[in-house]
Design a protein around this ligand. Structure first.
Ligand code: SF4
Ligand code: SF4
Length: 267
């Protein structure tokens, strides 16, 4: 989530950390958390929600999100747009709760737990490591309940472990990109990064309808998969992100497009 007036405990927690919490329809604060919340979305969030709503990624992004450019890293992020004219409520909240509950975003699933990722030193050098913290909203009565969880059991109960698996590679790309010493992101790359991160249907057209497959050597089996498998397409988009962010040579330019040595220099 983006910074807000919420109280975020500054202590780092692990998957074994325990807390008491419960959320149910009869609770006094029901639905109060689904307003005025700047929900940062992940690639897999968009994939699930656009499918649920029967929209293309482009339609979903235009209707339900705005772009937030991170000041430090220049990464473009999609953020779920609240309805200003309706007391800042989420477009998906209903009297019965979340109208897209089975496909709600990862941050909604985690709440009241927050998750971060950082580089830690290890014997193999710096490795990405997840950490957790608690978010305490003044209006949330969930912490007054007696049901006890570990962060791990909460994560499983909310189905957010699957989201983490799907988004991990993307989170690590940002971390590696923002590592100290890396130059600030070239702004001209922002539209491509945004497309490959969030706008999967446009990315598919980019792969199949531009000169992309003439330029890059992609395995024919993988090409076939990308036509119908959206998860494979999302993972291929992560590969593309690594390539354009110059993190890894994940794509190979076809030999015929590699620059031939200048004849004058060769002699
Ligand atoms: S208990 Fe907290 S999470 Fe549940 S409805 Fe109330 S404010 Fe939202
Ligand atoms: S997507 Fe669902 S859970 Fe998340 S803020 Fe909106 S209504 Fe609430």
């Amino acid at each position: 989530m983006l910074p807000s007036t919420r109280y975020v405990e500054p202590v780092e927690r692990t998957l074994d950390s325990t807390f008491k919490f419960n959320c149910f329809k009869e609770i006094s604060c029901f639905n109060k958390c689904c307003r005025h919340t700047d929900m940062l979305l992940t690639p897999y969030d968009i994939l699930r929600m656009k499918k649920r709503l029967g929209l293309s990624s482009d339609e979903f992004l235009k209707k339900y999100t705005y772009v937030h450019i991170d000041e430090n890293s220049s990464h473009p992020f999609a953020v779920l747009k609240m309805l200003d004219e309706q007391d800042g409520r989420c477009p998906f909240v209903t009297d019965e709760g979340c109208g897209i509950y089975e496909d709600r975003p990862a941050n909604c699933r985690y709440y009241p737990v927050g998750k971060g990722i950082m580089m830690r030193e290890s014997e193999k050098g710096p490795v990405p490591e997840e950490f957790f913290f608690f978010i305490r909203e003044p209006n949330c009565a969930g912490y007054d309940q007696d049901k006890e969880w570990t962060i791990e059991s909460w994560r499983k109960a909310q189905g957010v472990d699957i989201y983490d698996d799907m988004n991990r590679e993307w989170a690590e790309i940002q971390l590696r990109r923002d590592n100290p010493g890396k130059p600030k992101l070239d702004k001209s790359k922002q539209p491509l990064i945004y497309m490959a991160t969030y706008d999967l249907d446009r990315f598919r057209r980019f792969v199949f309808e531009s000169g992309f497959l003439n330029m890059f050597d992609v395995d024919p089996e993988e090409i076939e998969k990308l036509k119908t498998d959206e998860i494979a397409l999302m993972k291929f988009a992560f590969k593309y992100l690594k390539y354009i962010l110059m993190l890894e040579e994940t794509l190979k330019i076809k030999d015929e497009h590699l620059k031939k040595p200048d004849a004058a220099q060769a002699t």
